[in-house]
Design a protein around this ligand. Structure first.
Ligand code: SAH
Length: 262
């Protein structure tokens, strides 16, 4: 990594320089040469290099064209490098003509858009085997949030519906150049083979949860006033709860039960 590269703070450019961590990230999933890996924000290609050691089916999305001076080399080795904003692309268009066995998404995320990226991946509803994401440590804790805690929100439930989360490792800020002012954590999201809850209408389930969290301090009665509150109340009563409960206190199982009964 040339130290005279003009790092762009606005793109969250902190490049990982610890080979042990890079290896740990790539080895946290079992990539074979039939698998396709999507990398978001390859930067100077530190992770890309290790991914290419496992499979040549690699597509990287990098917003900063200036990084081509590092990435051209990996393009020559078989990676497809797309200079686009990951949040604006249609992932399916890039992968639909490729044959592969498993699909993995690996990224040392640009931290300023961690939540939008994960939300996009969930909403795009692409069949992914696992994701490995490095993110700011505090944010990682939030994705793992349990019901009843302050960090628990609709995204925690959406993630829980599709994935199980486990920690790969924590990473000190000193493993990056330039050194950021936060520590990091690497999380592995494994797609559930069997859904955690049975839901008859997924679109309704997701909308219900989103609506239930519209105003964090408001009760279910207020946030869900456009729904059949009598039916919702009947379901809540089964759990010794009533319409004055807040969404942050409702588990994914209770949301599934409510959605299946309206
Ligand atoms: N993977 C590299 C770099 C991580 S820094 C490493 O581990 O060293 C985050 C990277 O994401 C930077 O290269 C930044 O330019 C890129 N990036 C930021 N916003 C992006 C976006 N919207 N779409 C794609 N890449 C983005």
């Amino acid at each position: 990594m040339q130290k005279n590269f003009n790092f762009k703070k606005k793109f969250g450019q902190n490049f990982l320089k610890d080979n042990n961590i890079l290896e740990k990230i790539v080895n946290s999933v079992n990539i074979t040469n039939d698998d396709l890996v999507i990398e978001i924000g390859p930067g100077s290609g530190a992770l890309t290099k290790y991914i290419l050691g496992k499979t040549k089916k690699v597509i990287c999305f990098e917003i900063d064209k200036d990084l081509h001076i590092y990435l051209d080399k990996y393009q020559d080795e078989g990676a497809i490098i797309i200079y686009e904003d990951f949040l604006k692309i249609n992932l399916n268009n890039y992968i639909k003509n490729i044959t592969y066995n498993n699909l993995y998404i690996i990224s040392n995320l640009p931290y300023y858009i961690t939540t939008p990226i994960i939300t996009k991946i969930i909403y795009d509803n692409i069949d992914i085997t696992s994701c490995v994401f490095m993110m700011q440590k505090e944010v990682g804790d939030r994705f793992n949030a349990k019901v009843g805690t302050k960090s628990y929100n609709s995204l925690s439930i959406f993630i829980d519906y599709y994935f199980t989360i486990s920690k790969v490792c924590d990473v000190s800020r000193n493993s990056f150049y330039p050194v950021p002012n936060v520590d990091s954590t690497v999380l592995l999201f494994n797609k559930r083979k069997n859904k955690k809850v049975y839901v008859t209408n997924e679109a309704l389930f997701f909308k219900l949860i989103k609506d239930a969290f519209t105003y964090k301090r408001k009760t279910i009665k207020n946030n869900l006033k456009n729904y059949d509150l009598t039916k919702i109340e009947q379901t809540l009563n089964k759990y010794n709860l009533d319409l004055n409960v807040r969404a942050e206190n409702l588990s994914i199982e209770i949301f599934a039960d409510i959605s299946n009964n309206i």
